[in-house]
Write a protein that binds this ligand. Structure first.
Ligand code: ATP
Length: 377
């Protein structure tokens, strides 16, 4: 899948930007704050319906304007050509159109254009709390499995309803238990499918991670990951349902007391290991950085094997953190990826030692104060 053309209107410091992209490598250079990340963030909006930088759409609207609009043209194997646009204003909220037809739900966009992003923030994945890892695995699987995304949305809805009931009901416990029962059934059904799918994908991911860590680090430390959930994880949905039910039943008196759902995949954890030490506890800064980078490369390679269309790859300011040898290894690995790649860099990276910017397959751009121009050699 590739994005051939993007238009940005009132998107951060891009008041009106139009750009044609190369089918393989697009390197975007320019000083700090010139608007490089915003260009690829706009494409990210067209893939995932949200920014990978900001959690709040409102802050993305140019501060002197009241709305933003992004349009993109995509080409791929499965859907040969289509347009996606995304608009946001405080009054109307966010709207996504595919070929000028509005999408009923923003989530319908996920998976249409698979994307993998590498950013310096990725080290949060291994350094910070379990929420980071759950978000990573959820976004990872949602892009390749619409059924998983539906289960996630359903699970969140049911958990919210169940929590409201636990918090608001003030009658006899036996009546509350009867009210909870239908929510328990739905929670267990969606939750068990989520656990089974996370287990399946994480099991498969191990081999990719191992290979990519060895490639990028050049070291022979073995990587591993452990999926920790409330039950013994497996791909057997029925067995998980059974265990889930039993645990929910025994936890329910406590949940009624605490007024919150405590058992389920919303509390899952993924523990990463290098050899047999736990990365989060004992990893050095460099090991965290390389592990997170390997996780994202593993995602890229997993998608490339799994999907008919190659994902779009975005690297935002990643090279600043890498030494010359790692830069070389990463650029070599990127050459192997046949899909479209976007790289932003404020630092002088010797891209030209590795890539020929022919103006067709590979293009070099310079951004200055929200204006982008191709650099012609
Ligand atoms: N809502 C907004 N309205 C106008 N300008 C904004 C808004 N939000 C951010 N900016 C500015 O837009 C510019 C674009 O930021 P962006 O992150 O795209 O730049 P960058 O070239 O990637 O920077 P860096 O190299 O520092 O990462 C910044 O100068 C920022 O201050």
């Amino acid at each position: 899948m590739r994005n051939t053309h993007t238009e940005l209107l009132n998107f951060r410091n891009h008041l009106e930007t139009k750009v044609d992209w190369a089918p393989h490598l697009n390197v975007i250079t320019g000083p700090n704050g010139s608007g490089k990340t915003s260009l690829i963030d706009a494409i990210h909006y067209l893939c995932m319906s949200r920014s990978f930088v900001s959690n709040t759409d409102m802050y993305v609207v140019n501060q002197d304007e009241s709305y933003f609009m992004i349009k993109g043209h995509f080409e791929g194997q499965i859907r040969s050509e289509f347009d996606v646009s995304c608009s946001y204003s405080r009054g109307d909220g966010k709207k996504i159109f595919v070929n000028d037809s509005p999408l009923e739900r923003l989530s319908d966009l996920i998976g249409m254009v698979p994307v993998v992003t590498l950013t310096p923030d990725d080290k949060k994945l291994t350094l910070e709390g379990p929420t980071e890892r759950r978000s990573f695995i959820d976004a990872f699987i949602s892009q390749i499995s619409p059924a998983y995304l539906r289960d996630l949305i359903e699970y969140r809805r049911v958990r919210k309803q169940r929590n409201s009931l636990l918090q608001e009901y003030r009658g006899p416990v036996s009546v509350l238990e009867a009210y909870l029962e239908p929510w328990n059934v739905q929670l267990v059904e969606a939750g068990a499918r989520i656990v089974a799918k996370r287990y399946e994908v994480l099991e498969n991911l191990k081999a990719y991670l191992e290979k990519d860590y060895a490639m990028i680090s050049g070291m022979d430390l073995t990587t591993n990951l452990e999926y920790q959930t409330f039950c013994s994880p497996s791909g057997d949905v029925e067995a998980i349902e059974k265990e889930y039910y039993e645990q929910l039943e025994s936890a329910q008196p406590k949940e009624i007391e605490r007024e919150i759902t405590t058992i389920g995949p919303h509390r899952d954890e993924i523990v990463f290991y290098l050899d047999d030490f736990e990365l989060r506890r004992y990893g050095s800064q460099g090991q965290h950085r390389l592990f997170a980078l390997s996780l994202k490369l593993a995602q890229l390679h997993y998608y490339s094997d799994e999907l008919d269309d190659l994902p779009i790859l975005m690297l935002d300011d990643v090279f600043g953190d890498l030494d010359p040898r790692k830069t070389e290894i990463l650029l070599d690995a990127l050459q192997q990826h046949k899909g479209q790649i976007f790289i932003t860099s404020a630092n002088p990276v010797p891209f030209e030692d590795y890539v020929t910017f022919d103006g067709t397959n590979n293009r070099l751009y310079k951004v200055e104060a929200g204006e982008i121009n191709e650099v012609i050699r």
